[in-house]
Design a protein around this ligand. Structure first.
Ligand SMILES: C[S@@+](CC[C@H](N)C(=O)[O-])C[C@H]1O[C@@H](n2cnc3c(N)ncnc32)[C@H](O)[C@@H]1O
Length: 345
C-alpha cells in the first residue's frame, strides 16, 4: 500500500491483532508492506479497502530482534523480589537522559536500575535518580547519578523543536508535551503572549515556531532563562521570544502592563496566587488565560473554574467564557492537575 496511508493501516492492523510483530515491516520508495499474523476476515478486508488502496502479496520478512521490554523484566532475578516491587515502572526520558524516582530503600540497587533502563532504551546515555523533596521555588529535585554518562545537559526534541535542558537545574517534563501543543495550536499570528512561568520555554518556543507572534517568557530561575536563550538560538522561529529573568509578580506590572492577548500560567501549585498578575498583563479589552491548578474533591474541573473566576473578579475583571477545561494528569491520590482556558474581559 502507498506510504501516505501506512500509519492508518498500521493502527487498524494493531487494533485487530492482524500485525505480526515478530516480523519486520518492509518499506520501499513508494510502498509499505506489513506482515500479517493471520488471514483477514471479510469484514477486515472491507475496512482495509476503505482506509487505503491495499493489495496482498506473498513475501519473506526479516525477524525482529526482540530485547527486554521493561526494566522490571531486565531486573527480575538480579535484585531481590521485595526491592523489585518498589522499582517504578514509569520514568522520564529527556533527550538522551533518563530520570527515575528511586525510593530510598532500593537506592542501593540504583546502578542496576540505571543499567536496566539503558538496556531497554538504547538511546539513553545517562540515568539519574530523583531524591529528596521538590524545591518549591524552581520546581527541581536533587538528582543522583546512577548509570551511564555523568552529564546533566541534553537536547530534547518535541513537536519539531529542539530544547537544550539541564535536568539537574531546571524543570522540564516530557509529560506536558500534549499540553504544549494544545496551547500553542490556539495562538494566531500577531498575538502577544506572556508565558509567566516559562522554564526552558516549551510553550514559548513552540508558539514562536508556529506563529509570527511575540512571547514574553518569564522565569525566576537563571538556569532556565539560560537554557531558554539557547533554545531561541537552536530553533528557527517565525515569531519572537523575549526572555525575562525575574519574578512574574514584579516583571508583569512594571514592564508588561496591558500588553497581552494571552497569558500562560503553568505553575499548578501556586498559579492561583498570580491571577491578579495575569489580569494586569492582559489588554484592557480582554484576552485569554491558560490557568493550571491542582484540585481534588468531586468536581476537579468545576473547582478549578471557580478558583479562576473568584481570582478574576477580585481583580475587578470578568471571566466571560470558559473555552475548555481539561484534567492534565493525576498529581497525587485524589488530586488532579487541571487546566482552564478562559476568556477574560
Ligand atoms: C512547572 S514549571 C513550568 C515550566 C514550563 N512552563 C514547562 O512547561 O516546562 C514552573 C516554572 O516557574 C518558575 N517560577 C516559579 N515561580 C516563579 C515566579 N514567581 N516568577 C517567574 N517564574 C517562576 C520556576 O522556576 C519553573 O521554571
Amino acid at each position: 500500500m502507498q506510504k501516505s496511508s501506512a500509519e492508518k493501516v498500521r493502527k487498524f492492523l494493531l487494533e485487530r491483532s492482524l500485525l505480526d510483530k515478530n516480523l519486520r515491516v518492509k518499506r520501499t520508495e513508494s510502498h509499505v508492506v506489513f506482515p500479517l499474523s493471520r488471514e483477514p476476515s471479510s469484514e477486515d478486508l472491507q475496512t482495509l479497502k476503505e482506509i487505503a488502496d491495499v493489495s496482498f502479496v506473498v513475501e519473506n520478512f526479516e525477524k525482529v530482534r526482540i530485547g527486554p521490554r521493561s526494566i522490571k523484566e531486565v531486573l527480575a532475578g538480579k535484585i531481590p523480589e521485595d526491592a523489585l516491587a518498589e522499582v517504578r515502572r514509569s520514568f522520564d526520558i529527556i533527550g538522551d537522559i533518563a530520570v527515575i524516582e528511586v525510593p530510598q530503600e532500593v537506592m542501593r540497587y540504583g546502578e542496576e536500575i540505571g543499567r536496566a533502563i539503558m538496556r531497554v532504551h538504547k538511546n539513553v546515555r545517562a540515568v539519574f535518580a530523583k531524591v529528596g523533596p521538590v524545591d518549591t521555588e524552581f520546581r527541581v529535585r536533587k538528582l543522583i547519578h546512577i548509570a551511564g554518562d555523568k552529564r546533566t545537559t541534553t537536547i530534547h526534541r518535541e513537536h519539531g523543536c529542539l530544547f537544550y535542558v539541564d535536568v539537574a537545574n531546571v524543570y522540564f517534563s516530557p509529560r506536558l508535551s500534549t499540553e504544549h501543543l494544545r496551547v500553542a495550536s490556539q495562538v494566531s499570528d500577531n498575538e502577544v503572549v506572556i508565558d509567566m512561568f516559562t522554564g526552558v520555554g516549551p510553550f514559548a518556543i513552540l508558539i514562536a515556531k508556529r506563529t509570527a507572534s511575540t512571547v514574553f517568557a518569564i522565569d525566576k530561575n537563571p538556569h532556565a532563562i539560560e537554557c531558554l536563550r539557547r533554545n531561541i538560538e537552536l530553533n528557527k522561529l517565525k515569531g519572537e521570544v523575549i526572555p525575562l529573568l525575574g519574578d512574574a509578580r514584579d516583571i508583569v506590572p512594571s514592564r508588561l502592563r496591558g500588553k497581552a492577548t494571552r497569558v500562560i500560567m503553568n505553575l499548578p501549585l501556586y498559579a492561583h496566587q498570580f491571577i491578579d498578575v495575569a489580569c494586569i498583563g492582559l489588554r484592557s479589552e480582554g484576552g485569554i488565560v491558560h490557568f493550571y491548578t491542582i484540585t481534588g474533591g468531586q468536581d476537579p474541573k468545576g473547582e478549578a473554574v471557580e478558583i479562576l473566576r473568584k481570582g478574576v473578579e477580585r481583580s475587578g475583571r470578568i471571566l466571560e467564557e470558559i473555552l475548555s477545561t481539561r484534567v492534565v494528569r493525576e498529581y497525587a491520590p485524589r488530586k488532579w492537575q487541571v487546566v482552564v482556558d478562559g476568556r477574560i474581559r
